[in-house]
Design a protein around this ligand. Structure first.
Ligand SMILES: Cc1cc2nc3c(=O)[nH]c(=O)nc-3n(C[C@H](O)[C@H](O)[C@H](O)COP(=O)(O)OP(=O)(O)OC[C@H]3O[C@@H](n4cnc5c(N)ncnc54)[C@H](O)[C@@H]3O)c2cc1C
Length: 417
């Protein structure tokens, strides 16, 4: 069996490592001519880290990321709404990581090259289509920088080509672009003094904007600092309208568009967001987009994985984490089922329902809804949080989400074998 993987992002590279671990041959076809360290910070949840640990990557992750110790939700005045330990500190057997997306991708890429060999990753290969028959699946590729087209055949195709997946598009030609909820997300990272434990993640929110802060690396020029990741999300348009610019994770943001959502909006103990943002040389914008969940991912010898299958709003730290869980499920199904078509179907049955529910839950704010609930009732802050929302109400939102996303204690620890 040879599996053809379209896309060398987090999902595609993890799939390659997991298939290789199970003795299944595979090759990755990536559009970019070089796998560069793109993006800024992401959080990877403990159940996904468990999978990467089983691939032997924990040490490599520790070298480039930061284990997230706690998560704090607060209002724009820095009043704490919810605070909880994360990863090992929450009694789980695996940590959560705050990490630069590009560095996570590099860790995976280096592992793929080291284990599968350089010939397993084909860069500069844009997937433009596919065909299949009862015996094989054929990937149609255009080589970047030339007009050369070629075809590669294998036993199955896994589409890991992200939110603009061409393979998903050929399954659903009428689907159109991703839908935007009117929120723009600006993201950046710069060297800054650590706050609280030095491994804390803080999400602060007012009615106008939410601000996410967490350190992602200790690899900095000034050893008293960390690489501090920040993101600001603010509503700038109508839900269902087209975003002002096409969604592209690499599009640079404009300071003049962002500042009105930060100036005089936050008063935090942990740091001065305005100074942090002004001190960031380059930052990026990304309209918060997703797509409606599909009813099918697999057709014959071809299936979808990660953002190609279930693009979701980047709340609740689930984008990369769910792609990693997909990779585990898919590899197990292919390793334990000699019929490829049935294996891809079994993967879909396991992963489609849960990821669809996460897409829907993220639309209503995911766990960050605790901030919205409190802000709606007490926009100017509170003397006693419990006059505004009960501990039970807040717990139901946050714990309900971790249960849904699958990183609660019972699941992570029980599944370790
Ligand atoms: C450049 C970039 C920066 C990002 N930055 C952030 C961030 O800062 N924060 C965040 O939360 N999420 C970010 N994401 C998204 C995040 O990585 C994903 O949500 C998550 O990791 C799921 O991974 P995925 O592999 O399914 O998709 P992706 O990580 O999007 O990977 C898709 C891969 O497929 C490749 N590809 C696309 N089309 C084709 C094609 N036709 N042929 C061959 N290859 C193709 C892309 O170049 C990419 O390498 C970023 C994604 C990208 C591509």
């Amino acid at each position: 069996m040879t599996v053809l993987i379209a896309g060398g992002g987090i999902g595609g590279l993890t799939t390659a490592l997991m298939l290789h671990q199970r003795g299944i041959d595979c090759e990755v076809f990536e559009r970019s001519t070089e796998i560069k360290e793109l993006g800024v910070g992401i959080n990877t949840l403990p159940h996904a880290i468990k999978e990467l640990a089983e691939l032997g990557l924990l040490e490599a992750l520790d070298a480039v990321g930061i284990r997230t110790l706690e998560l704090i939700y607060q209002n724009r005045l820095g009043q704490v709404i919810w605070q909880e330990p994360r990863g090992l500190h929450a009694g789980l057997d695996f940590p959560q990581f705050s990490i630069h997306r590009g560095k996570l991708q590099r860790v995976l890429h280096e592992a793929v090259l080291g284990r599968l060999g350089n010939a397993a990753v084909h860069t500069g290969c844009e997937v433009v289509g596919f065909e299949q028959n009862k015996d094989q699946a054929i990937l149609q590729i255009k080589e970047r920088g030339s007009d050369r087209h070629r075809e590669v055949s294998g036993s199955a195709i896994i589409a890991c080509d992200g939110i603009h997946s061409v393979i998903r598009q050929s399954f659903h030609p009428g689907e159109g672009p991703p839908t935007w909820n009117g929120i723009m997300l600006w993201r950046g990272a710069t060297e800054w003094e650590p706050f609280l434990t030095g491994e804390s993640m803080v999400i602060s929110g007012g009615m106008d904007a939410k601000l996410v802060l967490y350190p992602i690396s200790r690899e900095v020029t000034d050893s008293s600092k960390v690489l501090m990741n920040w993101a600001v999300g603010a509503k700038i348009g109508d839900a269902k309208a087209q975003p002002p610019r096409r969604e592209d994770w690499n599009r640079e943001g404009q300071m003049s568009e962002l500042l009105p959502f930060v100036e005089d909006k936050f008063s935090l103990d942990v740091l001065d967001p305005l100074a942090l943002i002004r001190g960031t040389e380059v930052f990026y914008e990304y309209p918060m987009c997703d797509r409606d969940p599909l009813t099918r991912w697999s057709r014959g010898r071809v299936t979808l994985l990660g953002d190609a299958a279930h693009p979701m709003y980047p709340v609740g730290s689930n984008g990369a984490s769910q792609a990693i869980l997909d990779a585990r499920s898919l590899s197990d199904c292919l390793a334990t089922n000699t019929n490829i078509v049935e294996a891809l179907k079994a993967y879909e049955v396991e992963r489609l329902p849960v990821t669809s529910e996460i897409v829907h839950t993220n639309r209503s704010g995911g766990p960050e809804r605790v901030i919205d609930v409190v802000n709606q009732r007490a926009p100017d802050g509170f003397d006693d949080l419990h006059d505004v929302a009960s501990a039970e109400e807040l717990e139901a939102i946050v714990k309900g989400y971790s249960q849904l996303a699958g990183f609660n204690e019972d699941k992570v620890n029980a599944e370790k074998q």
